[in-house]
Design a protein around this ligand. Structure first.
Ligand code: ZN
Length: 681
């Protein structure tokens, strides 16, 4: 499972146009806007502390990043069978183009190229709809002719008609992943996991293999594609050395072999060894063995995933899209969650709920915080902010799982949001904006830590209460409970005592943002006329609307109108905290007693209905900001050098690895296509 950005952070980071890039600190490129096109913004992230790692750790990371980049073409091909040749063709046109680069058609072509580079193919990474070219067919044809004439056509000339069709015909393979009920999801999805085969045939194929009595079931189809031959036989083409994607996988394995001597422990060396064995055999039992070793290795500071992991790209959810993330533990941030977990019982004993509902023995979860060193495959350029693996339920039950948040990525989003126009539009005044600039990043992270490490694990049900008693409202109320636990404790002196915050006022930043989001700005995600449906959004609205109403006699929070625009105004932060505590008291009672009526009543009263006038105002104000709904990243560049400082890739000669942050989006893509493209050569 990947966790995508919390709405709160998305909103805070929602803006930043290319004009803003100049405002950022040149010594700290985190959050710098590298490129902006269509609905996309590309940012830089930094890898903090890379230069303080040991030479051995740097070498380990270096070869793991090489292994990560080596799989790029696999994902491109998985995302659609024409993606790689179209990329070759478009990149050749782009680099060989001799005309005016400000020409209308060229500009539109450049945008298209950026879109396919970002989508790892012809389809939008999120909607999975095919991109629409803004340049003319005749312009494109003339560019292809020019390439042919110069003898630099990178693809087979006989494939040109179908590649043009793939680019220009909107009805031809229009969607990468089709989920529409009632259609053959295989035949109507352009992803390249199946060939000449129908959905019922695929389902029958796997149904015949599955042993439903197996308590340790393997993940059928995770690393293969299914093809029906002209004679009707169905064949499983396995991704492995000597199998499908042989050249790319060989190169991944080669780099894993080079990384292995630099492993930090025998346990980690065993993880790498088992992954190599999996790539060599394609045996999914070996993949499970690897997953178990990986899950149980919690000590190694450097860690990585590399393989066919998440199956969102397959309409049937079977085959894994290739991805890799190399990372290492952020010791400072991880100590935050360790501190919380070590004090879990204190938090439980002091929570504002009825003592009958407290847990006598509570165990906090010590979540790991990491910094990414490279993003690759399906995790690039768009990337999750957290990972929770492995996916196999039986392994999770028997061996646990690793849950990590990627701090340097959330940091980059936050850095991009400073001085970007969003706060100027929606935050009531300058002192409050200053407060957010100063404390929102740390308090937002701490809120997440409290929510995940302590909130969900706190409290207990009375004997005999059905854990599912709250039914359809269960997840909204559970998120409400965890959020309130975090909000309540964020303002507690214990935060300062434990060294987690350095100012007694810091919590106010999160309080303001939480109320603004819950009462107003999260509505920008809702279409006009619709209700709030998603559980996290309902939870935030429930909390914000409830404290707004209950605090009215004391004027704790209000919505004020200034020059025709509405703003959230918080008049008494201490009383706001008391209200959060009171609501937590009630939500815990509802959960512990299984009081469905009271829970449903709270949700229906506070969490669902949208004020259409306020909603329209927010959408209008939001539209005036030049906002890219989707963001992604360029990677830093790693260069291994020898004792003389000369670049080398020889493991025996490398003495250091340099990191730089200057590369732009298209240059990075062109370099990857040149240096890491085993499937097109
Ligand atoms: Zn939660």
């Amino acid at each position: 499972m990947k966790f995508h950005k919390s709405l709160a952070v998305v909103l805070a980071a929602a803006t930043a146009t290319s004009a803003m890039a100049n405002k950022l600190d040149p010594n700290n490129p985190s959050g710098t806007v590298v490129d902006r096109f269509a609905d996309i913004e590309v940012l830089r992230y930094v890898v903090p502390g890379f230069n303080t790692l040991s030479p051995k750790q740097k070498k380990l990371i270096y070869f793991l990043t090489e292994a990560a980049l080596s799989g790029r073409d696999i994902l491109w091909d998985q995302n659609g069978k024409y993606n790689l040749p179209v990329r070759q063709l478009c990149e050749s046109i782009y680099t060989n183009y001799k005309g005016d680069r400000n020409d209308k058609d060229f500009k539109a072509f450049e945008t298209y190229l950026k879109q396919i580079e970002f989508g790892n193919g012809l389809y939008h990474h999120y909607s999975t709809d095919k991109f629409t070219p803004g340049f003319s067919r005749s312009w494109f044809d003339s560019q292809v002719k020019a390439l042919e004439k110069a003898g630099s056509l990178p693809v087979d000339a006989t494939s040109l008609p179908v590649l043009s069709k793939a680019i220009f015909d909107p009805a031809f393979m229009p969607k990468r992943v089709n989920q529409a009920a009632g259609e053959d999801l295989i035949k109507t999805s352009a992803c390249n996991f199946y060939e000449n085969i129908s959905q019922p045939e695929v389902e029958a194929f796997y149904a015949a293999r599955k042993d439903t009595t197996d308590l340790t079931p393997i993940s059928y189809g995770l690393n293969s594609r299914l093809v029906k031959r002209p004679d009707g036989t169905i064949e499983e083409e396995v991704y492995k050395v000597g199998g499908y994607y042989d050249k790319a996988i060989r190169r991944i394995v080669d780099n894993l072999e080079k990384a292995k001597p630099f492993a930090e422990s025998p346990e980690q060396a065993a993880v790498i060894e088992e992954l190599i064995k999996f790539y060599r055999t394609g045996d999914l039992k070996v993949f499970d063995e690897y997953s178990i070793l990986w899950t149980e290795d919690t000590d190694s500071p450097v860690d990585f995933i590399n393989g066919f992991i998440e199956s969102y790209g397959d309409p049937l959810g079977m085959t894994g899209s290739w991805e890799s993330i190399v990372n290492y533990r952020d010791e400072k941030a991880s100590s935050r969650t360790k501190t919380l977990a070590a004090n879990a019982q204190w938090f439980e004993n002091n929570s504002p709920v009825d003592p009958r509902f407290r847990k006598p023995q509570v165990k906090g979860v010590s979540a790991k915080v990491i910094d990414a060193a490279i993003l690759a495959g399906d995790a690039y350029p768009s990337t999750p902010i957290g990972i929770n693996l492995p996916n196999a339920n039986w392994i999770r039950a028997a061996h646990g799982s690793k849950s990590v948040t990627i701090e340097n990525i959330t940091r980059a989003y936050d850095d991009a949001s400073h001085g970007n126009g969003f706060n100027e539009e929606f935050v009531i005044d300058e002192p409050t904006r200053k407060l957010l600039d100063k404390y929102l990043f740390i308090t937002d992270n701490l809120h997440t830590d409290l929510h995940e490490c302590l909130g969900h694990g706190s409290g207990r049900l009375l004997p005999g209460v059905d854990p599912d008693a709250l039914k359809a409202h269960g997840s909204t109320l559970e998120e409400t409970r965890a959020d309130l636990f975090a909000l309540y404790y964020l303002a507690d002196p214990k935060m300062i005592e434990l060294g987690l915050l350095d100012s007694p006022d810091a919590y106010q930043a999160e309080y303001y943002k939480y109320m603004l989001n819950g009462l107003m700005t999260q509505l920008m995600r809702i279409e006009p006329g619709k209700d709030v449906e998603e559980a996290h959004m309902r939870n935030r609205k429930l909390i914000a609307e409830w404290v707004l109403e209950k605090g009215r006699p004391d004027n704790v929070v209000e919505i004020v109108e200034i020059n025709g625009k509405h703003f959230v105004k918080i008049n008494d932060y201490r009383k706001l905290r008391d209200l959060f505590g009171q609501l937590l008291h009630e939500i815990q009672r509802i959960k512990s007693e299984g009081d469905y009526e009271a829970g449903a009543n709270l949700v229906e009263t506070y969490a669902v209905k949208v004020d259409p006038k306020l909603h329209k105002e927010i959408l209008d104000r939001y539209a005036t900001l030049d906002i890219a709904p989707y963001k992604g990243f360029v990677n830093p560049v790693y260069t291994a050098v020898d004792a003389q400082g000369q670049p080398t890739t020889d493991p025996d000669k490398i003495t250091d690895v340099k990191i730089t942050y200057e590369e732009d989006f298209i240059p990075q893509m062109l370099r990857y296509s040149r240096d890491y493209s085993p499937l097109t050569k």
